[in-house]
Design a protein around this ligand. Structure first.
Ligand code: MG
Length: 255
């Protein structure tokens, strides 16, 4: 069932979105050469404790996961792009790091992701992140009442293809609110004018991710981390947004 939230409920959700944004900002600042992925997870965990928030990841065990996730943050480095399980690894100069984070605050869940370059950037990585961000911006601009999920999907796919990228649709966005993953599914490519009609109160996470030279992925031996099939790097950005009568609310906007 797809729940449409009232304006009051959307207001209740805002602290969760603000908190998720603030944690990702802190992690982005902390991600530096020599910093261990486990230190980033620990920092996020400490912020969760102080806030009295609840991690959506730590006990998460969906059908595609080999075991409960056990961490509060996804850290995907270089050719890893989604669901990266934090492990002992010190970030190196030039690494492309994607961070994905979801918690509930006062029972409302928000979910967001960003990609950042550690140390000296490679130009193609800067471009890849910009393309993912451009797709997210285009998708959010499409998220208005009367449009459909397919319009959002098509906006993402069109941006990817305009930059010569192949777009994988195995993992995409999703409904979010009382739980981390709900209906509707929001694929990262699709046909305009198809799918669920957007209505005020619908809350979804939109999450374009692109790989440099492939749309094929493989699962890491850890049972979670998803990598490009050809070793090329990936970028992933995500916001939780609410459809309103006017402009969408970007719940997880960062300062
Ligand atoms: Mg996410």
């Amino acid at each position: 069932m797809i729940e449409l939230l009232t304006p009051t409920q959307l207001d209740e959700m805002r602290p969760a979105g603000r908190f998720v944004g603030s944690v990702l900002s802190a992690l982005e600042d902390a991600a530096d050469v020599g910093v261990d992925l486990l230190d980033l997870d620990a920092l996020a965990h400490e912020m969760i404790r102080k806030e009295g928030a609840e991690s959506c990841y730590i006990d998460y065990h969906p059908s595609f996961g080999a075991m409960p996730f056990g961490k509060v943050l996804c850290t995907s480095v270089n050719d890893a792009v989604l669901h990266g399980l934090p492990h002992k690894y010190k970030l190196r100069d030039g690494d492309l790091l994607s961070l994905d984070f979801a918690v509930s605050v006062d029972k409302w869940v928000c979910d967001s992701a960003l990609s950042v370059i550690v140390g000296t950037p490679r130009e193609e990585d800067v471009r890849l992140i910009a393309h993912a961000q451009e797709a997210l911006d285009a998708a959010i601009a499409t998220a208005r009442p009367g449009n459909r999920i397919g319009d959002i999907s098509a906006a993402i796919g069109a941006v990817g293809r305009s930059h010569g990228l192949k777009v994988n649709t195995q993992f995409g966005g999703h409904g979010v609110g009382r739980t981390m993953h709900g209906d509707p599914h929001v694929p990262n490519d699709g046909r305009p004018g198809r799918g669920l009609t957007l209505k005020p109160g619908l809350v979804i996470a939109i999450e374009p991710w692109f790989l440099h030279t492939t749309d094929e992925i493989r699962m890491d031996e850890d049972g979670w981390t998803i990598r490009s099939a050809d070793g090329s790097r990936g970028a992933h950005v995500e916001h939780t947004i609410a459809i309103t009568d006017g402009d969408p609310i970007v719940m997880t906007a960062r300062n």
